[in-house]
Design a protein around this ligand. Structure first.
Ligand code: TRP
Length: 455
């Protein structure tokens, strides 16, 4: 039996596009602005950025290193390091690195579906001449409709499977080469428009003037969870993308590039949204509805040009979502097809079928199964629907645990000579700082956060 050929990115630049594509997603454009608004602005942004630097960049480097050094998908990668005992534990972590992204994908593709519905709706004018409260009703109607939710979820899984089935060069690379430049152009247009017509000064103060009295343990917890999610950490995506890196590429540079671009896009999304939200005097702390309820009101008030910006905005969200969903499916597909016994296309379709089946229940937990709380008998899962349960398990619990264990793996289990060579920094101060962070600060910090989430 012949092993499937292990491919590589065409260049460091295409890797960066793909990794930034994975990191930049609904987390940046949908979640970041409303979480900033809910947590009082500047203080949250400051803590968030600190966490990206202290935990995010060292962990990005660690995951890229595991992928690149082994040249294998996550589970095989965790098994391949010489002398990394206890092997059982690292096997389990490898599995978790495959399953967490699948879990995230089940609810992520439902939300990606909302963006497709909104892009189309904006285009055909469904949101024109909204009555008072009309946009809230439309959002609730979407959530209440199993048919619509399942239709759009099926489409977003279908697109994802279609791309991943084609493989690294003609699937992933081609997609990010088109969608990422488009995403940046749309984002810049929206930010320019918002800062010219909207209340830019107030937005700037809101995002960058920290009110230190707002800093609480909960805020730090929210910021850490958001940073992990936004950087695609603890979940196979970065690791598997790292496995397609060639040896001539600098891991530290790539990690800094991804963290910088991801944070920049999150902030820019804020500058595309807050200025117009403030200028139109609508409520900016609308929670998850900020993008889906508040923005349509604003676009509606703008008249004809609003419809154009509405389409652009939701296309931006959809593009950002797709470059992330492909990175969520890739770890499992790469792992299952690496033996060469089953083709990549076939594995992608099987995975898509599994995702779809679970996705149906996620979609239904917005309506028919709204009151079903599968693990509700456990205190930690009280009142959580199927969607909430999967999100909590994958995007909170196991994502953080994975990050914690991988920092222990890299800091304590992998030979220092291996990490030293992979980082290409020599035995310099930079290397020592990174190693110190990965060995002590990240495990302790993430461990503390994890303890806080669980207990
Ligand atoms: N980072 C993406 C976002 O911000 C989502 C995402 C893609 C992700 N791949 C991931 C999240 C892996 C966690 C793990 O929307």
């Amino acid at each position: 039996m012949q092993e499937a050929k292990h491919e590589h990115w065409s260049s460091g630049w295409t890797f960066l596009l793909a990794a930034v594509g994975s990191a930049v997603g609904l987390g940046n454009i949908w979640r970041f602005p409303y979480i900033v608004a809910e947590n009082g602005g500047g203080a949250f942004v400051l803590i968030y950025m600190a966490i990206v630097v202290v935990f995010g960049i060292p962990l990005l480097m660690s995951e890229l290193m595991i992928g690149r050094n082994s040249q294998k998908p996550p589970l095989a990668a965790m098994q391949s390091f010489e002398g990394s005992k206890p092997q059982m534990l690292w096997n389990a972590v490898g599995w978790s690195y495959l399953l967490v992204p699948m879990g995230i994908l089940t609810f992520y593709s439902v939300v990606a579906g909302w963006t497709l519905d909104y892009a189309l709706g904006m285009g055909i004018g469904t949101f024109n001449n909204l009555p008072e409260g009309g946009s809230a009703t439309m959002f609730q109607d979407l959530l209440a409709s199993p048919v619509k939710l399942i239709f759009w979820m099926t489409l977003s899984i279908g697109i994802t499977v279609g791309i991943v089935a084609r493989g690294l060069k003609s699937g992933l690379e081609k997609t990010v080469k088109i969608l990422m430049p488009a995403l940046f152009i749309i984002l810049i247009i929206l930010v320019l428009y918002a800062s010219i017509t909207g209340d830019f000064a107030r937005s700037f103060a809101f995002m960058f003037k920290p009110d230190f009295s707002k800093i609480t343990p909960e805020l730090v917890l929210m910021a850490a969870g958001q940073a992990f999610f936004s950087l695609s950490l603890g979940s196979g995506a970065i690791m598997v993308y790292g496995s397609y890196l060639t040896r001539d590429i600098s891991i530290p540079k790539m990690a800094v590039g991804v963290a910088f671009a991801d944070t920049a896009v999150a902030l820019l999304a804020g500058f595309a949204i807050f200025p117009i939200v403030f200028a139109f005097g609508v409520d900016h702390s609308a929670g998850p509805g900020l993008v889906f309820v508040t923005l349509p009101i604003v676009f509606n008030d703008m008249g004809g040009i609003g419809q154009v910006f509405g389409v652009l905005f939701f296309l931006l969200l959809a593009f950002a979502a797709i470059t992330s969903t492909i990175s969520l499916l890739e770890p499992m597909v790469a792992q299952m097809s690496q033996s060469g016994r089953v083709t990549r296309a076939r594995v992608a379709i099987y995975c898509g079928a599994v995702l779809w089946s679970v996705g149906v229940f996620v979609a239904l937990s917005n309506n028919i199964l709204q009151d079903f709380h599968p693990l509700g008998f456990l205190p930690l899962f009280e009142g959580k629907t199927i969607a909430d349960t999967i999100e909590f398990l994958s995007a909170n619990l196991f994502m953080l645990l994975n990050g914690l264990l991988v920092s222990v793996f890299v800091g304590w289990s992998v030979k220092r000579s291996v990490t030293l060579e992979e980082m290409g920094l020599g035995d310099s101060v930079l290397f020592k700082v990174w190693f110190l962070l990965v060995r002590y600060i990240v495990p302790l910090g993430v461990g503390f956060i994890f303890y806080d989430v669980v207990l």
